[in-house]
Design a protein around this ligand. Structure first.
Ligand code: DX5
Ligand code: ZN
Length: 231
């Protein structure tokens, strides 16, 4: 049996933000395993989205059960750990490039009762993330497959080498991909060993998000199944 399972996390960045609660509920009804909430501060990335007050409203709207990952595209990720935990975030994913002391940050995130995720931008070598995980394990490694800041960009296939290296080093880790992931790129992600699939526009802009979610899951599960048979 493979130690990791496929989880699909729609990114609601390109949804109708005036109806965020309903959009989140719609995604969960369509089979999402978790919600990926993109927090941008206009400094780490050239765009602003929302912060913990909005996460708190989403939590109120969807109830206690569903898992929410906050993808913190912010310059001072240590600043928001407590507020995000109190607002109902379950996974706190910060950028390695933004943190002076990622080991300590991972500990603080866990002390606040959340899982810790660490993300890397396209220009950051995967060896930096692997080195961090060797000294301080995180719960999620997130490989950006676009330059963070905007939804709807094209998938960067060369990033799959990073996923492959991470999977080789950590056979049981939750490894995510984020940016331009949809039906035409999912097989690259699955074959490289990703199991947490963040997908924004491909799901949100579809007339049949349920089908997109189930198709993405189908591709990843098939690869996971094959991998465990080969072992
Ligand atoms: C990009 C965000 C992504 C993005 C995903 O900065 O972190 O989560 O919204 O959206 P798509 O799938 O449209 O690239
Ligand atoms: Zn994201």
């Amino acid at each position: 049996m493979c130690a990791y399972r496929c989880k699909i996390g729609p990114s609601i960045l390109n949804s109708d933000l005036a109806c965020l609660g309903d959009e989140c509920k719609r995604m969960l009804e369509c089979g999402a395993d978790y919600l990926h909430l993109d927090v941008m501060d206009g400094h780490f990335v050239p765009n602003i989205t929302f912060g913990h007050p909005v996460v708190q409203c989403i939590r109120k709207s969807i109830g206690d059960g569903p898992t929410c990952e906050v993808h913190m595209m912010v310059s001072r990720p240590d600043q928001w750990v407590k507020a995000m935990s109190e607002s109902g975030a379950n996974i706190y994913t910060f950028h390695l490039e933004a943190s002076d002391n990622p080991q300590q940050l991972i500990k603080e995130i866990r002390e606040e009762g959340m899982k810790a995720g660490c993300a890397i931008k396209p220009a950051t070598p995967v060896s930096k993330l692997i080195d961090l995980l060797h000294t301080q394990m995180a719960d999620v490694a997130l490989v950006m497959t676009v330059e963070p800041g905007f939804g709807g960009q094209s998938f960067m296939r060369p990033m799959m080498e990073k996923v492959r290296e991470l999977r080789k080093a950590y056979p049981h880790l939750d490894i995510g991909v984020d940016g331009g992931v949809g039906p035409s790129s999912i097989h690259h992600c699955a074959e490289a060993g990703a199991n947490m699939i963040v997908s924004g526009s491909a799901i949100m802009r579809s007339n049949d998000p349920r089908k997109v979610i189930s198709d993405l899951r189908g591709v990843v599960q098939e690869v996971i199944q094959q991998t465990s048979l080969e072992r």
